[in-house]
Design a protein around this ligand. Structure first.
Ligand code: SF4
Length: 81
């Protein structure tokens, strides 16, 4: 099987290097790929927001909420108690 994802978010990662076919936690490759895309978007929005703030331009509070909420959404659930 060809690797179709790469995730090394947590201590359970396969072989201590990264889950590449399916997560040890059960995460499917399509979920990992969607999370990668989501984080890419969050990073882009955050860079724009940071640039605007440095230029003393207003940034909506919703941007902060969006960034924190969707970053949190991608965290492994195995940390949950
Ligand atoms: S979160 Fe899941 S897929 Fe990612 S490294 Fe941990 S066990 Fe693997």
């Amino acid at each position: 099987m060809e690797p179709n994802m790469f995730c090394y978010q947590c201590q359970e990662t396969a072989k201590g290097t990264g889950c590449i076919l399916k997560g040890v936690c059960g995460k499917e490759s399509h979920t990992a790929q969607a999370m990668d895309l989501l984080l890419f978007v969050v990073r882009g929005i955050s860079v724009v927001a940071d640039t605007l703030r440095k230029a003393d331009s207003p940034v909506s509070e919703e941007v902060n909420i969006f960034a924190v909420s969707y970053t949190h959404l991608t965290l492994p659930t195995i940390y949950s108690v």
